[in-house]
Design a protein around this ligand. Structure first.
Ligand code: 6CS
Ligand code: FE
Length: 282
């Protein structure tokens, strides 16, 4: 484990809507949580679109649609900002996009987007991991200059597998032992066993920063640094825990060749051409 080499925040207080206190909180913890961020009218529109995509027969069998390990239930749909005009607008929302540009100190584009459905009883969890570790090793993302935005579309409570975070863990890079298997994503998106930090490092970071979970009402928004360690439990409740994620990457941080030497991952996991920059939706 070693200290982060890249800045956490690239912009300033003048560059966007986040004030000094919010920027300091993000610098320190690696995330910001905004309960009830969207209006109920906006939320209704997103939930309707979530249901439409999940029920769309055209989604079945697609490479960018991942099912749960032991059922045919949809676990994730990737590239939702291409599959859906509603989510294409949402990633350019006037109250969301400027926060990403401010944190990254530049114009941005979507490196990856997805819906994680986490259906009731069947939705399995995600082991502790840093997204950047994957995007660096397997997609070739050069530096830590990306931010994930998770929009909570169903209430996230302690029973349905909310995202869990280790505050402050973004300020350390935990190299993961072992070679990256070729086409690792075919396994890792269902159950990630490689590219997960060792328990000793996890224990040390949890002792230093504690554990938090992003619980809150549908319509809440979580911004978290690309290198923040996070994971989640299985959904033990009858209710889904569905979130839509957009990963904003700086236009100055576009992926090269994977740093682990494996083949590049498919475009649905890592944008290859459309490097934006994104404009705010009218
Ligand atoms: O491999 C990836 O890109 C995906 N894997 C996880 C566990 N989180 C980030 C991303 O969706
Ligand atoms: Fe992740």
């Amino acid at each position: 484990m070693f200290d982060r080499r890249d800045p956490v925040i690239y912009g300033t207080e003048q560059d966007g809507p986040l004030d000094h206190e919010q920027l300091e909180c993000y610098r320190q913890d690696g995330f910001l949580f905004f309960p009830a961020f969207f209006t109920s009218r906006e939320l209704k529109r997103y939930i309707r679109e979530l249901g439409r995509l999940c029920a769309d027969p055209a989604m079945v069998g697609r490479e960018d649609v991942i099912t749960e390990p032991d059922s045919k239930k949809i676990r994730s749909i990737f590239r939702v900002h291409h599959h859906s005009g509603v989510f294409a607008d949402l990633c350019r929302h006037p109250r969301v996009l400027p926060m990403a540009e401010q944190l990254l100190g530049s114009p941005v584009y979507v490196h990856q987007s997805r819906i994680n459905y986490k259906p009731g009883f069947k939705g399995k969890g995600f082991n502790w991991h840093s997204d950047f570790e994957t995007w660096h090793a397997e997609d070739g993302m050069p530096g830590m200059r990306a931010v994930s935005c998770s929009i909570i579309l169903t209430d996230n409570d302690e029973f349905n597998g909310p995202l869990m975070l280790i505050p402050g863990s973004h300020r350390y890079f935990v190299p993961c032992a072992g070679p990256t298997p070729e086409n690792h994503y075919k396994e890792s998106l269902k159950h990630q066993q490689f590219g997960v930090p060792d328990n000793g490092s996890l224990e040390r970071l949890i002792r230093a920063g504690g554990l938090r979970s992003a619980t809150g009402p549908a319509g809440s928004l979580l911004l978290f640094d690309c290198n923040l360690l996070h994971g989640s439990n299985a959904n033990m409740s009858p209710r889904p825990r569905s979130n839509v994620f957009f990963v904003y990457n700086s236009v100055f941080n576009t992926p090269h060749r994977p740093f682990s030497g494996t083949m590049r991952r498919p475009e649905f996991l890592s944008e290859r051409e459309d490097f934006g920059p994104l404009e705010v939706a009218a």
